[in-house]
Design a protein around this ligand. Structure first.
Ligand code: ATP
Ligand code: MG
Ligand code: MG
Ligand code: MG
Length: 577
């Protein structure tokens, strides 16, 4: 393909609302254009990557025995009422009405519709197992759409659904999908980890997330470098965290009147190690102007491990306390939080120190806060005003690096990840039973389908791949999902007939080998042209110039390489293959 036959529109600056590198680079490289919060146009270069991601997924799904169909984006509410999710799904579910005032949803996922298909089409055990998938637009009215395509409201998902006659069969289908996911993510060329996940509200008892490893990921992954153990942090710590929080609530319910207790008393009361209780400090950061006046003061909540010495924390000797922090004045705290500063009650926290932004504090209804006297707690007092946010739970960690692995085969390490895929064993409870989706077994008896569901965030893959693979010049695509595998950059395409002829010839030779090659025929100056392709992250660049051609050579450079190789023209095709 020639550059003028597609659409390239790069920018020097990223828009101010782009917080993470993938969002910035996708905007700058012209992969996406914002239409509204969490809603993007996929521009031609971005769409090429999406199509490559989809093609790999489709191939591997079909190889694993899944059958493609396509379910509607707009779905009648009746089906969602059958499972109770029309109400239960909450504000993420976009509900709309048609001209007759009938309710519909814009699908965030498709369990109801596929179960409806199954109950009509799969009537006998002889038709099982079955796995259907589609690659379709989803809409979730995310509370905080952000990070570009990584947490969009409208996005593309591959979702697959398996139907089996019994649990053993369903777990086999699950394993088949798990293996297919591994092949898919291997083929993408991304570094990832499959981690055990909580089955949560959806029910069932097997679930894994596929997480692309990236420091900027929103999820924490707990794994053991010397064994197979890997889980998302919610699962890794769910039991101790929930147990200690439940114990805290109960214990505090018994002592509702404000009183004095030290962290040690609380540990005793809850039968927790002192290190698993937590106290908090309120502190503030100031922004000063040139004259030294405070122009902006932000109040923060600092959670501190129960066995930490507060004086050391105040002296900045504890990890997490950044320069420039000062402790807020009582007046500032009162004004900011609408209550007095103090020390948090026990919440079962082992991580040493964590700074939590004030928005979180505003939502800490669940917590017990305390006195304005060091090391003493008033119990039975609620700090926050609104409902607790799920994010808050994610902010408070029980598991720390160095803890023993649950499998006893080493110690735990923690890294960040981006959830790009999720496989789930569903069983019968959530969909087939309430929707009366049944088949007849050998004895003519009606049985509910044993189900599984399997998602991949197609558009999120783009963001995740860039978060993992980029440098200061731009994106670095793995070749399998790159917008182009090779870019030919001719210097003087618009003025040297020889360069033009040789570049065209090379383009055709590579294309004839099935290589996804782009020839930059825009006639840009070398600096701007190279900068564009480095930003766009094409993995291999071939530079043609009059000088090189005289010697019968071109320059070839991998996107991660710091220098170019001089390669005889005749060898280029073989080298690229
Ligand atoms: P998250 O925890 O990030 O909100 P989820 O667990 O709600 O994701 P699933 O219901 O498991 O998501 O959906 C399957 C896949 O769809 C996810 O693994 C993810 O890759 C993708 N996905 C989910 N929400 C979004 C979104 N808002 N934008 C882009 N992709 C998404
Ligand atoms: Mg979600
Ligand atoms: Mg999730
Ligand atoms: Mg998920």
């Amino acid at each position: 393909m020639k550059a003028t036959a597609t659409f390239i529109s790069t920018q020097k600056e990223a828009p101010a609302d782009a917080e993470v590198v993938s969002h910035k680079l996708m905007m700058r490289a012209g992969f996406i254009k914002r239409l509204g919060a969490g809603i993007y146009n996929y521009m031609p270069l971005g769409l090429r990557v999406i199509r490559k991601v989809e093609a790999i997924i489709r191939e591997e799904m079909v190889r694993a025995g899944a059958v493609e169909l396509l379910m509607p984006v707009v779905q009648p509410a009746e089906l969602w009422q059958e499972t109770g999710r029309f109400q239960a799904y909450g504000p993420e579910l976009m509900r709309v009405k048609d001209r007759h005032e009938r309710d519909f949803v814009i699908q965030p996922t498709s369990e109801e519709v596929i179960t409806d298909i199954a109950r009509q089409e799969l009537r006998s055990y002889k038709q099982l197992p079955r796995n259907f998938f589609h690659i379709q637009t989803k809409f979730r009215d995310e509370r905080r759409p952000r990070f570009g395509v990584m947490r969009g409201r409208e996005f593309t998902m591959k979702d697959a659904y398996s139907f089996d006659r019994d649990k053993a069969g369903a777990l086999k289908s699950y394993q088949t999908m798990f293996d297919a996911y591994k092949r898919i993510f291997d083929r993408f060329g991304l570094q990832y980890r499959a981690v055990a996940a909580d089955t949560g509200a959806i029910g069932g008892d097997a679930s894994h997330e596929f997480q692309v490893i990236a420091d900027t990921g929103e999820d924490d992954i707990v794994y053991c470098p010397t064994s197979e153990y890997a889980a998302n942090i919610e699962l890794a710590e769910a039991l101790p965290l929930l147990a200690s929080r439940a114990a805290a609530s109960q214990a505090l319910a018994k002592t509702p009147t404000p009183g004095k207790s030290t962290c040690a008393d609380v540990a005793e009361l809850l039968k927790l190690p002192l290190a698993q209780t937590v106290k908090s400090l309120v502190l503030a950061t100031d922004e000063l102007n040139a004259k030294g006046d405070i122009v902006k003061s932000t109040v923060w909540l600092l959670l501190v491990r129960g066995d930490h010495d507060l004086n050391e924390v105040k002296a900045g000797k504890v990890e997490g306390l950044k320069d420039g922090f000062r402790f807020a004045t009582v007046a500032e705290i009162e004004e900011h939080f609408g209550c007095k500063p103090g020390y948090l009650g026990p919440i079962g926290l082992k991580k040493p120190v964590k700074v939590v932004a004030d928005r979180t504090v505003a939502n800490m209804a669940d917590f017990v806060c305390g006195a304005n006297e060091a090391d003493f707690h008033f119990t039975g007092v609620n700090w926050g005003r609104d409902l607790p946010e799920p994010d808050l739970v994610a902010d408070i960690r029980n598991v720390v690096a160095g803890d023993p692995s649950p499998d006893g085969k080493g110690v735990l390490a923690i890294q960040r990840g981006i959830e790009v895929g999720h496989v789930f064993y569903l069983g019968t409870k959530k969909y087939s039973t309430p929707m009366k989706a049944q088949f007849l077994d050998e004895n003519g008896k009606a049985q509910p389908f044993e189900m599984g569901c399997y998602g991949i965030g197609v558009t999120r893959i783009l963001g995740a791949a860039i978060e993992q693979n980029h440098d200061e010049r731009g994106m670095i695509w793995p070749v399998a999902i790159a917008p182009f595998a090779v870019v030919i950059c001719p210097i003087g395409y618009d003025r040297s007939p020889e360069v033009q002829a040789e570049a065209d010839k090379l383009h055709d030779a590579l294309a004839a080998e099935g290589i996804d090659v782009l020839l930059d025929d825009r006639g840009e100056r070398p600096g701007a042209m190279f900068a564009d392709w480095e930003l766009i992250g094409v993995p291999l660049r071939v530079v043609l110039s009059d000088r090189g051609l005289k010697a019968g050579t071109v320059e070839m450079q991998g996107r991660r390489a710091t220098t170019a190789d001089i390669v005889p023209m005749a060898e280029v095709v073989a080298r690229v293959k």
